[in-house]
Every structure is written in C-alpha cells, then in structure tokens.
Write a protein that binds this ligand. Structure first.
Ligand code: PLP
Length: 454
C-alpha cells in the first residue's frame, strides 16, 4: 500500500462550534430585502408568519460568527465531520499537474449537504412550539433532508416536490415518506398557487415554494422551511468550508480555486464563504467559480434586479440575479439547480467580481460525472456533476500551462436516486434542452417595480 493519503478525516470534536456569517465582511452596504407592498426594507416582522424567531435572528445577524446549538452539533455527529478526498485517480487520468480535492457531503443520511441546514431549521421550529413544517423540493434532496430532520425532532412535514423530479426520482418520494413526510406532486390541486400554475406540469422550484409558503401562511401551527437562498441557510452550510479549511491544512495545501455548483447557492456558499472571508481580509488570493446549467443560467445570463423568491410573488423582494420569478426552467435532470434566482449574498459577490460563473449543458455534465465515477468511484448527483465539469476544465488548463494548481470542489451529494438521468446519458437519449431567451425576456418584462441595484 502506498503512503499517499487519499482522504483527510477529522474527529467529532472538530465539528465547528460556530457558523460563519459573511454579512459583516461584505464590500459596501448590502441591499436589503424589500416588503413588496410598501417598498420598505423587510424586517423581522415580515417573516414571523412563517419563520421562528430563532431563524429570523440568524437571517439578520451581523456578528461574524453565530454559535451552533449543542443539540444541533449532536445530530451533526451522525455524519460530520465529512471527509475531504484527494482525487488522485482523476488527476492521473487527466494527466494534470493540478492537485484536486473534494469535500464529500453524500455521506449524510439523506445523501447531500442539505441536512446541515434542515437540522437547525427543525430544531429552531421545535423550540418555538411549531407542529408542522411545509417545504418545496427540487431534486428531492432538500425534501429528504427536512423529512429526516422533522423525524428526529418529532415534527410533521409536508413537501411539495417539483413535478419533473417527482416523475424522474420516485424513490426520493418513498424516502421522504419513510421518514414520515407527506409528499405532493407540484403543481398540486391542494393550493391556490398550484391550481393557478396547472399548465406548467413539469413544475419549478418557484411554483413549489409558492405552494409551501401558502400552506404555512394559512395555518398558525405550520411554518415554512427553505432549503437554500436565504442568509441563514447559507450560513448553516459553512460547517463544510470550515472543516475543509482544517483538512486542507492537514494536506499542507491552500486552494487556488474553489469550485461548486449553484442552484440557490447554499452548498457553494457553505464551502466557499470561509475561504471568501480570507480573500476579503487580504489573507488569500483564491479564485471562486460557480457552475450552473446552461438551461437555467441565472448567474451567467440573468439580470441583477430585485425579484420575488417564488413564482406567485408572495415572498419579500430579494436583490439577486434572476431569470424572472415566473420563468419555468426546462426539466433538466439537475432538479436542484432549476431555480430562477440565487442567494443575495452570493449574487452580491458575483456582482462585485469576487466569484465567477460558468454554465454547462447536460451531456457535457454527465460525461464529466461518468468520468469521475469511473476514476474516483463515487457516483455524483447531477448537480455537483456541473462542478466536476468545471474542475476538469480547470485541470486541463493547468496541464496546458504546466501549472501546479490546487483545486477544491464541493461534491455535495451522491446520485443514487438519479439513475434515470444516467440511463438516458448512457443510452444516448439525454437531450441538451435549449434555454429560451424569448421566455426569459418575457419573464423579465414581468419583474416587480423596485429600485434599481448598483
Ligand atoms: C445535491 C444537490 N446539490 C446542489 C443543490 C442546489 O442547491 P444549493 O445551490 O442550495 O446547494 C441541490 C438542491 O436540491 C442538491 O440536491
């Protein structure tokens, strides 16, 4: 056996004690979310009908670090700290001088990074005396994570699952039901929002969010839980980057580039924000690259404007890159990346030029996923396969220039429930679904009235 390490593992005592809140480090004054009725900055009162105060405080926190409750760290112990791998076999296959590392979140019970936020969200709601949580799910990963967390904290859970994913990944539904959740195919006939959008049978995250928010707003014992986008969700995920930082130290390296996929931004934020903080404080020169689907190119083709977080226009207005809140992205297999907007924190950093973005089509993404599976062994979810595509491009460019670049990327979930997508790719029937510029332009016409962003 060679003495080359393949993975870097930390003891349970190294589970972070705090989450990283990047808010106080951001350049300039961040634009606040707005109440769509008054046009005024949305405050905690705008959020109390659907969120518990503990999470609202985290959402608006200005301290650079927020303590993780012991009860949450106790649950994190089930899969944290997660391993950091060195992709030595992929490096050899690519014949690259680049050193490639990946932080693997697929070992959580639900198979992705999503439980890192589902657990503190369920915990805060339980503490506030809430009986039930309502949510949306794109790929089924977030719904599974929340179903798991609700079962651990003895809460009921109702999930609106985007229609295309409900059909593509039937066993994700079984998984959620096993943990005790009720699952509806979205658009459903159980809500006004679902009935209004019945013509979009493939559904979208925006429509599913509208359904879940409607259910939460209409029942005082039900709250809403969001799997991405908001500040507190991105903050919960920073356990990933903090652990990765220690593990990179164990490996004796510093990343030159940090790469992740972006749906609403939470796994990317979770891995990168601790490193972004270093860069903002002048302690590193690392680059950051976000990978998204060419069929839903929010960061690479969207406009930087205030928009609703959901299709029906029920949320506060968020400052973000958007394709338009009622743009329904084509049904690509990376269901977790089919979102019209992105985290305002992440968008602000893209706008400021700190984070770059790139978009890939389905076939080139799955080609990278299969290459990864055949070298590293792990079968990635379609979402992080976008990051792998970007990693391969970066490693190939390091080979061209003969540079020993250090690449760190987020392998935020496994693809064991995504085999219909792999089947389509392997049988040559996977389509590179076109993004419709005309549909985006039409959706942008319907953006709400709001002040322009700098
Ligand atoms: C495995 C996986 N990766 C990434 C995402 C995208 O979400 P986010 O950008 O919040 O990490 C999802 C969302 O469902 C997912 O399931």
């Amino acid at each position: 056996m060679s003495d080359e390490p393949v993975k870097y593992v930390l003891p349970e005592s190294d589970i972070p004690t705090h989450w990283v809140n990047l808010m106080p480090d951001l350049p300039g004054d961040p634009s606040p979310p707005l109440n769509p009725g008054t046009g005024e900055p949305a405050g905690p009162d705008d959020l109390t009908p659907i969120f518990p105060m503990g999470l609202i405080q985290q959402e608006v926190a200005t301290d650079p670090e927020v303590e993780i409750p012991d009860e949450v760290r106790d649950v994190y112990k089930r899969w944290r700290p997660s391993p950091l791998f060195r992709a030595r076999r992929l490096e050899r296959a690519l014949d690259t001088p680049a050193h490639i590392y990946y932080k693997y979140e697929g070992g959580s019970p639900a198979g992705s990074h999503k439980p890192n936020s589902a657990v503190p969200q369920a915990y805060e709601n339980k503490k506030a005396g809430v009986r039930r949580l309502a949510t949306e799910t794109g790929a089924g990963q977030w719904g599974s994570a929340l179903a798991l967390a609700c079962s651990l904290f003895d809460l009921e859970c109702v999930v609106y699952m985007v229609g295309a994913s409900y059909d593509q990944k039937p066993y994700r539904r079984s998984m959620m039901e096993t943990w005790g959740a009720t699952v509806h195919r979205s658009p459903s006939d159980t809500t006004e929002a679902g009935r209004t959008h019945v013509e979009h049978q493939s559904g979208s995250l925006g429509i599913a969010i509208s359904e879940a928010v409607e259910v939460a707003a209409g029942d005082s014992e039900t709250n809403y839980a969001l799997g991405s986008v908001l500040n507190h969700v991105c903050m919960h995920q920073t356990v990933i980057g903090q652990e990765a930082m220690r593990q990179m130290e164990m490996a004796g390296e510093e990343p030159d580039i940090v790469i992740g996929c972006v749906g609403g931004g939470s796994n990317f934020a979770g891995l990168s924000f601790p490193f972004v903080r270093r860069r903002l404080r002048g302690e590193s020169e690392a680059r950051f690259l976000a990978a998204e689907p060419a069929a839903c190119p929010t960061l690479t083709r969207g406009v930087y404007r205030y928009d609703f977080g959901d299709t029906s226009g029920t949320t506060p207005l968020l400052p973000m890159y958007t394709l338009g809140h009622d743009f329904v992205p084509p049904p690509v297999h990376a269901g977790g990346l089919r979102y019209h907007g992105d985290s305002p924190l992440l968008c602000g950093l893209v706008r400021a030029g700190l984070i770059d973005a790139v978009a890939y089509r389905q076939n080139e993404t799955f080609e990278a996923a299969v290459r990864f599976a055949r070298t590293e062994g792990i079968l990635p979810a379609p979402e992080p396969a976008h990051a792998i595509r970007a990693v391969i491009a970066e490693a190939e460019s390091a080979r061209e220039s003969g540079e020993e670049r250090v690449i760190l990327f987020g392998l935020c979930g496994h693809g064991h429930f995504d085999m219909s997508a792999y089947d389509a790719y392997l049988s040559g029937t996977l389509e590179d679904i076109e993004f419709s510029e005309a549909e985006m332009e039409a959706a942008l016409e319907r953006l709400p009235e709001a002040p322009a962003l700098a």
